[in-house]
Design a protein around this ligand. Structure first.
Ligand code: PGA
Length: 298
């Protein structure tokens, strides 16, 4: 089923994005003076997601949504950041009309099925129909909390792509896996399993969120070095699965207790293209500080 609205995807619509190749997410470099390397932006467009999880009621949702602004260029122009909020399902249609220009809407999950007798599930085409540009796939609270498998997540990615949504695939190891030296093997296996059956050509918009389970909602953040190393693992796997070019164009963002204080240090690393933010995204000023840190990459 093809959703009737919206007819353009703000994350990928080339007509709203004159300086970024939508197929690759690679910004063209607007800096002509190459003698000032510090001013040269990182090549991939930053992506900051606010995952509101199962929090807030309608009045709070509206107040929070109204307070979020994308940096100039947030609607696709140069210097911008893809800013996406992921409200609970019942409030997607409430949030959409109050979002400021350039702030995008995303779903926290979608069904692995297209439509039919699946009580309580939400189809990717429905998310697109209410204005979502992207969808989280395989958040650890679903992998570990609800037992979602890589095979299931692969099917969800297929539904997201069919509906024209940007899939934000979450991967990450548990504390036990990290402490036993298996973190990178786990990340590699999750990527291979979740992306199984999907061709490089279909995955042009893919975003990968590295979210170590032990850092989510715990106040314990991966060090920038550890996060950067994990992101290199993600790219290595993508290179093995697909191509060097693909592995360089996919945005890999970090999630796990990102806050207004640690965002700048994390997002200063070339490997870290943005953040997926839970708790701090519920506080407008903290989320704004994280977006500002991301905008300094562009
Ligand atoms: P947190 O959540 O920022 O509250 O750790 C991140 C996430 O779950 O995406």
């Amino acid at each position: 089923m093809t959703p009737s609205t919206p007819t353009t995807n703000p994350a990928t619509n080339p007509t709203t994005n004159p300086t970024t190749n939508p197929a690759t997410n690679l910004a063209t470099n607007p800096v002509t003076n190459t003698s000032t390397p510090a001013a040269v932006p990182f090549r991939r467009r930053p992506f900051v997601g606010g995952n509101w999880k199962m929090n807030l009621l309608a009045a709070e949702v509206v107040a929070l949504a109204e307070s979020i602004a994308a940096p100039s260029g947030g609607d696709g122009g140069a210097g911008g950041v893809d800013v996406v909020v992921f409200p609970p399902f019942p409030y997607l249609a409430t949030v959409r009309p109050v979002l400021k220009p350039g702030v995008q809407l995303g779903g926290q999950d979608c069904s692995a099925e297209k439509q039919g007798a699946f009580t309580g599930q939400v189809g990717a085409a429905m998310l697109r129909d209410v204005g979502c540009a992207s969808v989280l796939i395989g958040h650890s609270e679903r992998r570990h909390g609800l037992g979602e498998t890589d095979a299931l997540l692969s099917r969800k990615i297929g539904q997201a792509l069919d509906a024209g949504l940007v899939p934000v695939l979450c991967v990450g190891e548990t504390l036990a896996e990290r402490e036993s030296g298996r973190a990178h093997g786990v990340i590699d296996a999750q990527l291979r399993g979740s992306l199984a059956g999907h061709a490089e050509s279909a995955l042009a918009t893919l975003v990968v969120a590295y979210e170590p389970v032990w850092a989510i909602g715990t106040g314990r953040t991966a060090t920038p070095d550890d996060a950067a190393e994990a992101h290199r693992t993600v790219r290595r796997t993508l290179k093995e699965l697909y191509s060097a070019r693909f592995s360089e164009q996919v945005r890999v963002i970090y999630g796990g207790s990102v806050n207004a204080r640690n965002a700048a240090e994390l997002l200063a690393r070339e490997e870290i293209d943005g953040g997926l933010v839970g708790g701090a995204s519920l506080v407008a000023s903290d989320f704004a500080a994280i977006i500002a840190a991301a905008s300094r990459r562009s």
